[in-house]
Design a protein around this ligand. Structure first.
Ligand code: PEP
Ligand code: MG
Length: 588
């Protein structure tokens, strides 16, 4: 046991280290105390054996029946939290598991060769996968994935091995996994999942962002958790400090139950600020808005007093779509729901930001050595005009229903903005010519590439607004992969280098009469907010769960004083010095 300092995102606190404690990154605040549920794909070994035909046919029947029942049960549970089109995958799996031809081929092999059902099922499954994969057709390639999944489930049932499944949780647990995919987080049964701990990832990895949207406590980048935690161990996860405690003592449980109660109490107290303005002590107003990944997240933004939406990450619409890019109609309905739902408050919707770590089932990206530096976001859209135009039409049509701002992600050069804006103007003109109503839309860009921050004063002449994407801006400025916990120490929003880039963007916007927001995770960081206020940031966009906390903080600060503090901060040498400066200011 010993005292040590524990770096959260950038917050520093002193923590008593215990022997049963592991450290990670607090990605979504809260405390959970429950049993461990390990989300690990089981490993099964399948051997070819001589077997009694009748017995094997019976085993196959039973395992297939259980496979069908499992899929039906998962579909039933998932149908309570997922939209109809997202359930299509379960229907495809059911079709496969009920397919008489698939079953017939396995039976034929058992009878013909006298082998065990496990071997025959695996063999037929692999042959079918190969056949589908060799077809030059996206639809059949996807069926290959379905066959793999169903065969794996069938083989697990034959071997009597249970496959973990987040949709079927039926008691309170903390999920422990390597990482969670968007479909894992989508199928998470929120009634029983009290939080999750992942082995890899950083504060801005997508599972961390999803956890904040779901308001689910999460500790990510917790190296060693998979090896140390056993299924059903008791676990305390403190996603405020970024630590987990395995097999806690009664004393530790009591301590953290008290901490959890205090956290929930504070959260409740913050609700009194729900309808308040976000205004410094000396009357400087800012806008505190929410980041969302789907129209369903709007509820959280409204419940937490968000004054609008500062970032709708539309890529989730594309990632959840099963067989093709979502149609103009599907997109229009989603965007309209958000724009209308905010009732005249501003909504910033980002055009498709796909590529990097975000892939699509129905589209094969060309292999690249460094996908994060490759054809992603606006680069993808400028190479795939029809995909881009469809989205722009859906957005423009939705603009008639409220106050819409559209922004392009990953703009590196003025030329990219001009090219994107030209396409936008063409689509707008075409809709108007057809007599379709479109609203007054502001068109802006994300500042998430250092080149754009440096050129902000020029870019601001042509764009309507900026939104600073610090997750990528920091990744690209520090040359540090945002997914890698090994270099997560370089995620330094309070490094003077980052503050200078942020200042360039804000000053560039203001010099041209434009507004500047921030939708990266830095906007919701308690130590960064005072500096961002001082630097003149107009709009802070964050996960809904951070809005009220940030409002309380800003409403207690002096803008004039924070301007001076920010000026001092950008002239310091290190992040640690900036942290000290901010802490000594806000704790005065
Ligand atoms: C960012 O980069 O800061 C951002 C908001 O975009 P994303 O996290 O979706 O890349
Ligand atoms: Mg980004």
């Amino acid at each position: 046991m010993g005292e040590r300092s524990c770096m959260g995102s950038i917050g520093i606190s002193v923590l008593k280290e215990e022997t049963n404690m592991l450290k990670g990154i607090a990605a979504s605040q809260g405390i959970a105390i429950a049993k461990v549920y390990k989300l690990e794909q089981p490993v099964i070994s399948i051997e070819k054996k001589e077997a009694v035909v009748e017995e094997e046919l019976q085993r196959l029947d039973a395992a297939l029946a259980k496979t069908v029942a499992d899929i039906e049960r998962i579909r039933e549970i998932a149908s309570k939290q997922l939209a109809e089109e997202e359930l299509a995958i379960f229907d495809a799996h059911l079709m496969m598991a009920n397919d008489p031809e698939f079953k017939g081929q396995i039976e034929e092999m058992i009878r013909g060769e006298g082998v065990n059902a496990d071997y025959a099922a695996d063999f037929v499954g692999r042959m079918t996968v190969q056949m589908f994969e060799s077809m030059d057709n996206e639809y059949f390639k996807e069926r290959a994935a379905d066959v793999k999944d169903v065969t794996f489930r069938l083989n697990c049932n034959l071997a009597g091995v249970i496959i973990p499944d987040l949709a079927t949780l039926d008691e309170p647990v903390v999920v422990v996994a390597e990482d969670l995919t968007p479909s894992d987080t989508g199928s998470l049964n929120k009634e029983f999942a009290r939080g999750f701990v992942t082995e890899i990832g950083g504060r801005t990895s997508h599972s961390a962002i999803m956890a904040r949207s779901l308001e689910l406590p999460a500790v990510v980048g917790c190296s060693g958790i998979l090896e140390t935690a056993k299924a059903n161990d008791m676990i305390i996860m403190d996603a405020i400090e970024g630590v987990v405690i395995l097999n806690p003592t009664a004393e530790q449980i009591e301590e953290y139950e008290a901490k959890q109660a205090a956290f929930l109490e504070e959260k409740k107290a913050l609700l009194t600020l729900k309808d308040a303005e976000s205004k410094s002590l000396d009357g400087h107003k800012v806008l505190l808005v929410g980041n969302i990944g789907s129209p369903d997240d709007l509820e959280g933004v409204i419940a937490n007093g968000g004054e609008g939406v500062g970032l709708f990450r539309t890529e989730f619409l594309y990632m959840q779509s099963e067989n093709d890019f979502p149609s103009e109609e599907v997109q229009f309905e989603a965007y309209k729901k958000v724009v209308e739902g905010m009732n005249g408050k501003p909504v910033v919707i980002r055009t498709l930001d796909i590529g990097g770590d975000k892939k699509l089932n129905y589209y094969s990206f060309d292999a690249e050595m460094n996908p994060f530096l490759g054809v992603r976001a606006i680069r993808f859209c400028l190479n795939n005009h029809e995909v881009f135009r469809t989205q722009l039409r859906a957005l423009l049509r939705a603009s008639a229903f409220g106050k819409l701002c559209i922004m392009f992600p990953m703009i590196a050069t003025m030329q990219e903005f001009r090219d994107a804006k030209k396409i936008y103007n063409e689509e707008r003109r075409a809709l108007i010519d057809k007599g379709i109503t479109v609203g007054d839309v502001e068109v802006g860009i994300m500042i998430e590439i250092p080149a754009a921050a440096v050129m902000a004063d020029r870019l601001a002449k042509e764009v309507d607004f900026f939104s600073i994407g610090t997750n990528d801006l920091i990744q690209y400025s520090m040359a540090a992969d945002r997914m890698s916990e090994k270099v997560s120490y370089l995620y330094q929003p309070l490094n003077p280098a980052i503050l200078r880039l942020v200042k360039m963007a804000i000053d560039g916007a203001h010099a041209n009469g434009k507004w500047c927001g921030m939708c990266g995770e830095m906007a919701g960081d308690e130590l960064a907010a005072p500096l961002l206020l001082g630097l003149g940031l107009d709009e802070f966009s964050m996960s809904a769960s951070s809005v009220l906390k940030t409002r309380k903080l800003i409403n207690g600060l002096s803008y004039a004083e924070m301007k001076e503090v920010a000026e001092k901060a950008i002239n310091l040498d290190t992040m640690e010095e900036v942290v000290e400066l901010v802490q000594s200011t806000i704790n005065k």
